[in-house]
Structure formats: structure tokens, C-alpha cells
Design a protein around this ligand. Sequence first.
Ligand SMILES: Cc1cc2nc3c(=O)[nH]c(=O)nc-3n(C[C@H](O)[C@H](O)[C@H](O)COP(=O)(O)OP(=O)(O)OC[C@H]3O[C@@H](n4cnc5c(N)ncnc54)[C@H](O)[C@@H]3O)c2cc1C
Length: 395
Amino acid sequence: MRQIEASLTSADRAFLEEVREFLDENLSPSLVAADDEQRMFFGDYHRSNAWLEKLRPRRWHVADWPEQYGGCGLSAMQNYLLLYEQGLHGAPFVRPMGIKYVGLTVMHFGSEAQKQEILPRLINGDDHWCQGFSEPGAGSDLGNVKTFAERRGDVYVVNGSKIWTTDAHFANRIFCLVRTRHDDSKEALSFALIDMNAPGVSVQPIRMLGGDHELNQVFFDDVEVFPEQLLGPEGAGWAVAKYLLEIERGAFVLGGRLRRRMQGVIERARVSRASARIWDRIAETEIDLMAYEATELRLGHLAGEGADVLGAANIIKIEWTELVQRIDELAVMNAGSESLYCATQPRDYVYADNGDIEMFGWLASYFNNRATSIYGGSNEIQRNLVYRTMKRRWA
Ligand SMILES: Cc1cc2nc3c(=O)[nH]c(=O)nc-3n(C[C@H](O)[C@H](O)[C@H](O)COP(=O)(O)OP(=O)(O)OC[C@H]3O[C@@H](n4cnc5c(N)ncnc54)[C@H](O)[C@@H]3O)c2cc1C
């Protein structure tokens, strides 16, 4: 950020100052701790919502929404600055399933009635969404979903199950890829917006290796869904899901968050007088992090000029997930056996004598972030998609 500050316009520099003042005033130590303690990349659900409440009065929680739908009219650069600084200062991560994934997808595919119903509820924090794509037999091969929505008179009746559903135990709504026709084609898929409180929906927790509960399996037993709850026409679910997945993979600014983690690693390496081998790896990672930051910034700039940058989503997804894993790996290497000690602490971090957090759950975070290269579509699948895009361009 320091490198680009000098080249910002005076309006953008003033905005950056405004953001920093806002963070100074609103980002309490407990909210920052929520980010630093986190194991999962999305962090603690409740403090994520508490942070959203701080952003809401300025509409900064929907900063990348067009003004016509309630956005606050920031430029692409200002949106970048806002998100980068939040990450850098350790603000909790605002849950993206509703505001980003559903919000932006409904703007693109939704009927007028759906826009009017869903978007204000997202702005007001009335709805919390989760993502019902994966199934026991459909992960990478997402087109293989079996959850079936059978048309019976005026309604669809949904039966089946979704798995690895993050936050399903908190959410009141779920978006699902379902099959509406008995054939294996992509045209048999539809995109349904379902109420988690509807009769027949149940949620079963899945505990992770470190004991965390963020994942669930969701079951649908004769759940009634009205045709108005389909997003896009029946049979258009694959196009809607692909659009949403591009948002999931590429529409974030994560440079600030990665930079904050990297600063933690460097600080620790200084204090512990890390070996030359660790410093070599820090240098390599630092260079790649700078390249990542520059790429995010460039994409933000291109978006500001009206370019469609969602196509870069697969590359961005590979890059940030591998970077966060490398940073965590460095942290664990550097902390050595102390990282094991940390993992045994009740709250996963250790205080220095002055009460500052000295070291947080590097090991827990290391384990949890192994999943970053799996969720949202594994990195192997992202590489296949990059290859296919390139092949099309070169043909
Ligand atoms: C922490 C976490 C949170 C998640 N949250 C959600 C959620 O909220 N909602 C949701 O719907 N899903 C969620 N998922 C599921 C996630 O999207 C899937 O796990 C992911 O798409 C991989 O699918 P799979 O687990 O079935 O693995 P598989 O598809 O069985 O893949 C197994 C391995 O084979 C590789 N592989 C498969 N096919 C190919 C191929 N063609 N070429 C090369 N390699 C291949 C994969 O890369 C992977 O390494 C979450 C997953 C995790 C771990």
C-alpha cells in the first residue's frame, strides 16, 4: 500500500485517510483479536456480523454494489482501498455468501420481485445465506448433483442432501444447485433459493480435525419450493452457478489480510532470530506477495475502467490460497515446537507480559487453511479451468 499511496489522486488519498480514521475509531481490540485468533479464513461468525454492523451506516458492507441497488458509489480504487485496509488492520471478514455471492448474482439474474425482496434484506442484515452446491457425490464434478426438485402441481418438492455447507447452522437461507429433470445434462440443473426454516430442512454438524464446527450436512426431505424461488429460468442453474463461482473465486481483495499475516511472521522471525533458511523463504514469499498485491490492484484498476475481470478469478484463487498456506507454513516452521504449545491452549494464543497477543494459533490456522485450496473448487480444478480458457483464446 505504501508503494501506491504516492500515486493516488487527492480524492483517493482523502478517502484512504477517512478509512483509516474509521478503523481507528471502530475496530476494537476484541474485533481485531477475532481476526487474529481465527482458524478458518472467514473467522468468527458473530464478530463478523458485529463488524458488518459497524460498516452498515456508511453502506461500506455493500461497497461494491452499484448505487441503484443500495451501494455507496465508491470507485473501484476506493473499494480496493477500503477492503485492503480492513484486511491490513485485522478487521473481521464480512461473510460473503449473502452480500457478495447472492447479492451480485441476484442483481444479474434475478426478477424485479426477487431484487426487491432479497437485496434490501441483505443490506439490512435480515438474511444469512449458506451455499448448497457440494454433495457427497458432487464436488469437483459439480454437474453431478443429485438433489432433485420434482415439479408437483404449483410447487417443486426437493429431496436430497448438501455437504460441507459452511455456516448452515447459522443461516436462514440457502442457495442450491438442484436437478429439475431426470437426465445428466447441465440443462437439467436449476438454481433454487430455499428457506432453511421450511419444513423438511435439517442440519447435521460436521466437526473438523481441530474440533471446529463450521461445516454441516443439510438434508431436504420433501421440502416445498415455489417456482418464484428459482433464480433464473428452470434449466439455467448451471449458468447461474458458474457466475456465482466466479464471484466466489475472484471478487475479493485479500492482499491486506495476507500482508497482515506476513507482518506477523516477519516480526516473529526477528524476535526469534530465525535461521537464514527461514529468512530465504520469507524473502521468496514476500516477493510473491508483492506480485499478488500488484495483481489485485491491477484487476481493481481494470474493473474501474469497466473491464470484465471475473475471468481472472481462477488465477487469483490459486494465488491467494497458496500464499496463505505458505505464510502459515513459515509461521509454524518459525515457531517450531512452540506452535504445538499454542495449539494446546484453550483460546489458541499466548499473551506476552504486557497483555499483547504474542503468538496466536499458527498451527490451528495452518491446519484449517489447508482447506483454502479445496473450497470454492480445488486448485487442481482451477488449473484445468485456466488451461481451458487459454486454449479457447489461442484457438
Ligand atoms: C472448509 C470447506 C468449506 C466448504 N464450504 C462449502 C460450502 O459452503 N458449500 C459448498 O457447496 N461446498 C463447500 N465445500 C466443498 C468444496 O467446494 C469441495 O470440497 C470441493 O469442490 C472439492 O470437492 P470434493 O471434496 O468432493 O473432492 P473431489 O471432487 O472428490 O476431489 C478430490 C481430489 O481430486 C482432485 N480432482 C478431482 N477432479 C479432478 C480433475 N478433473 N482434475 C484434476 N484433479 C481433480 C481434486 O482437486 C481433489 O484434490 C467446502 C469445502 C471445505 C473443505
